[in-house]
Design a binder for this molecule. Structure first.
Ligand SMILES: [Cu+2]
Length: 190
């Protein structure tokens, strides 16, 4: 009697374990499938770096540039630096790493010639109105709901390809390239 009970329990435990494993696998597969369309789920690891929620914004007609944004956390003990970003040649002429800052009353953006420092133990956000990637010389429109793949290169961690999920022209709000202020007053330095 006891043996039967223990055996039954054992089976139940085994069954639960199997169900859990299956559940996890389904969940992981779903996450991978969804990463292109659900920026909230997107997470990429590269050495000590964790890159989350890479996204872009749909371009307006004849818009010559496009933005790229993500959050990067340096979980390591060594400072790193984002030194380059690249897109396919059919997508854009080239890419730059930009910062935005007020110059008097005018919001200007300029290229960071030495790249963007990612200090050890810190999280750096690239977001509309702040640091961002810029696709220069867009060769095709950025379409909401699609993705554009970019290669990010870090000084220490190396390179990784990430898909930027393309949101609405004003995705994530803030003062961005698509805002009226941006259209009128933002100027590229250098
Ligand atoms: Cu810019």
């Amino acid at each position: 009697m006891k043996t039967t009970l223990i055996a039954a329990l054992g089976l139940a435990v085994l069954a639960t374990g199997a169900a859990r494993a299956e559940g996890q696998m389904t969940h992981q597969t779903k996450q991978r499938e969804m990463s292109a369309t659900a920026p909230a789920e997107a997470r990429f690891e590269l050495g000590a770096l964790v890159i989350e929620n890479p996204f872009s914004r749909a371009s307006l007609p004849n818009q010559p540039v496009g933005g790229g944004f993500f959050t990067v956390t340096n979980t390591g003990t060594e400072d790193d630096r984002l030194i380059a970003a690249n897109a396919a040649p059919e997508m854009a002429d080239h890419m730059e790493i930009h910062e935005m800052a007020m110059d008097g009353q005018v919001m200007k953006m300029r290229e960071l010639p030495k790249g963007l420092p990612i200090p050890a133990g810190e999280t750096v956000q690239l977001k509309p109105g702040g640091y961002h990637l810029m696709l220069m010389g867009l060769k095709q429109p950025l379409v909401e709901g699609e993705t554009v793949t970019v290669t990010l290169t870090f000084e220490k961690a190396g390179s990784i390809e990430v898909p930027l999920a393309i949101g609405a022209p004003n995705a994530k709000g803030g003062m961005g390239h698509g805002s009226p202020v941006g259209q009128g007053q933002m100027k590229h330095g250098g």
